[in-house]
Design a binder for this molecule. Structure first.
Ligand code: ADP
Length: 290
């Protein structure tokens, strides 16, 4: 309940801080029921009117899916916004890829994570009511639970698609460099296909383990150049792959996964698939990978 949450989120120790991100600080806590939670606290900016924010958060807390980190509750305290999420024990995809969490992601697991997060996003786009654009899909926002199931997190930047009646938006577009839809620079608009672009970048991360931009080089461009070379065996690409999975998976499945990722990161949004098309394509790839 609201009161319970209020009590618990007040009584946690600062030493339980697990990190800080774009939204604010994140703490670990436990509810009286024993459920472990992640608590996000942020100073309430002048930009975000309390009422508008509350309406938005209420809608988000009604969204539940196996591949989405559930928002359990929220409260407002002395100018602070407190969001309570289910706790993800195994960190983010980025933590795994960078060796930070000590979890090795083999080829099959990576396909699994791609499919799971695609399902979560497809749900947001097509089944949530009203539809939700995530707006900040990236490898640090895809978290792993105790079963290594992928769950898409951080709806702090999401804006409800149908929420245009109010004339202005409570959250600003703040996508992350390297993941942000290039069409945004032309249209100033974020759409479902912007999430598809960001998701394509995440898939390339799963394949290469590289950050989207490293030493000024864009992985999207490098992979595209390598794929344009008529190299059926993807020799060039194997060089770019994460060494820990370089010899795993079959070449056909790998080629298909890269093709799919590159479709997602097409410059022109209309050339990109929808999230549910991505889900279907990933299901086929996994099935054929044996
Ligand atoms: P960012 O804005 O960079 O995405 P966040 O504010 O989402 O960062 O998260 C900051 C840190 O807290 C990250 O290390 C993230 O892995 C961790 N974190 C966020 N949400 C959860 C959660 N539900 N369970 C466990 N850890 C979380």
């Amino acid at each position: 309940s609201y009161d319970e949450l209020r009590k618990c989120t007040n009584n946690f120790s600062r030493s339980n801080e697990i990190g800080s991100g774009g939204y604010g600080k994140v703490y670990k806590g436990v509810l009286p029921s024993g459920q472990v939670i992640a608590i996000k606290k942020a100073q309430q900016g002048s930009r975000q009117g309390g009422h508008e924010f509350k309406t938005e958060i209420e809608l988000l807390s009604r969204v539940h899916h196996k591949n989405l980190v559930s928002l359990i509750g929220f409260c407002f305290e002395q100018g602070e916004q407190v969001l309570v999420y289910e706790f993800m024990t195994n960190g983010s995809i980025r933590d795994s890829l960078s060796g930070k969490s000590g979890i090795h992601l083999d080829w099959k697991r990576r396909l699994h994570l791609a499919l799971g997060s695609a399902r979560g996003l497809a749900y947001l786009h097509e089944l949530a009511d009203p539809p939700i654009i995530h707006r900040d899909v990236k490898s640090t926002n895809i978290l792993l639970d105790e079963h290594l199931t992928a769950k898409v997190a951080d709806f702090g930047l999401s804006k409800l698609v149908s929420d245009t009646s109010k004339g202005h938006i409570s959250t600003q577009v703040k996508g992350t460099l390297g993941y942000l839809d290039p069409e945004y620079y032309l249209t100033q608009q974020i759409t479902e296909r912007s999430d598809v672009y960001s998701f394509g970048v995440v898939m390339l991360e799963l394949i290469t383990a590289r950050q989207p931009i490293e030493k000024g080089k864009y992985v999207v461009r490098e992979v595209r150049t390598l794929m344009d070379k008529n190299d059926e065996e993807h020799y060039g690409l194997r060089e770019m792959m994460d060494p820990t999975i370089r010899n795993a998976g079959n070449l056909v499945a790998l080629g298909k996964l890269i093709d799919l990722a590159l479709q997602c990161v097409e410059e022109s949004a209309s050339d990109r698939p929808t999230m549910s098309e991505v889900v279907k394509a990933l299901e086929v790839i996994m099935h054929n990978d044996g």
